[in-house]
Write a protein that binds this ligand. Sequence first.
Ligand code: EPZ
Length: 424
Amino acid sequence: MDKLLVYGQQKLMGKIPISGAKNAALPLFAASLLTSEVLTLHNVPPLSDIATMAELLTCLGTHYKSDNLSRDEMTVHLQADHVENLVAKYELVKKMRASILVLGPLLARYGHCRVSAPGGCAIGVRPIDLHLKGLEAMGAVFELQDGYIDAKAPHGLNGAVFEFPIVTVTGTENLLMAATLANGTTTLINAAQEPEIVDLAECLISMGAEISGHGTSTITIKGCGELHGATHKIISDRIEAGTYALAAGISGGDVELVGENLSSLLPTFLETISRIGLDVTPTEAGLRVRSTGSLQPIDITTAAFPGFPTDLQAQTMAILCLANGVSNIWENIWENRFIHVAELHRMGANITVSGAHAQIKGVQQLTGAQVMATDLRASFSLVLAALSAKGETLIDRIYHLDRGYCNVTEKLADCGVCVQRVRG
Ligand code: EPZ
């Protein structure tokens, strides 16, 4: 397993190109199953999760072609004109839970499919009951057999009014995609409002779907008989942008994040890091984020968009380890998303966890150590801590990092920071 060697006390200075959003790309790949024509996606990030989704779609029978436009960007062409195998295998679903996103499109287009039930993962139990309840409201029937969800829509899917009892991102995406091919109108109440949902809806509209209200908590979808091919550019990855903003802050650096609409993608986060003491200024190409020297403690509660994103919680905790006082974080989305704390302790952090609450007492200095990445975002929190630490840090299990951050060593090197991938 590869490791990452990070030399401490290095400042990020320069420009970071922000890649396309992984969590927008994954549902967009699944949306290609809704038509027999070609869906072309620009600004696709070269990540291992994207490769897993491409493998899943290929196994189903989709034609997949990718062009590498640059180090950080691909264009892909997906054509689901010969889907013969309607089974999403356990081997792929267990690798990446977002594989569940093929359920809605396959059911809507073919009336049946078999998708491995995703298990839990490090950050929580991660049920999919609301995906299933919503599709049931549209006429689907599910049976669990041998760890697989056998899905059928014997009379096709019909438009319905469905209210999510809690906000779910991929749940909203699955229903949104399914509803585009259903008979009649579907209304999704208490829908997720994340920018990735808006991006998916915009792409579906360019494929011929009739959708309104995306970006608000009520989305209305008028089902139509079929969708056609389209070309779509994926939005910038707000979580990658936020992560590198924190890298500038924790290292005492100054970076320009180059990407589109970054301010509107990260409203609460940017306001929060300004309160921590980072200087954030919009530029023509994106955002400039600069350390001002001191870090202030702060209280954070994670929430669905437009609230503070859970996917930036671990990285923000790393910077708060060095703040001048006591900070508090309440993690409201995932029940087990403080696993990075034990690793930060090994680097000298002073954090106490009680249930969904973490109290972080700022320390003067972190120190390098051997640590282990436990999930995708947690792994970058260790990179951030390591950048500020005294000495070297060796981070094990960085395959987690590769799932959601592309070309980390190269992007950091562009900003004068040396980290080394140690092959193993
Ligand atoms: C998406 O996961 C993201 N993944 C996650 O990003 C992100 O952390 C999460 O949304 C929250 O923002 C993708 O977009 C591929 P949810 P998702 O359904 O859709 C509960 C990353 O690091 N729930 O919005 O799986 C659930 O347990 C990843 O890139 C149910 O109870 O999350 C959680 O408490 C990690 N029943 C809450 O809802 C359901 O049927 C929100 O989960 C579905 C969800």
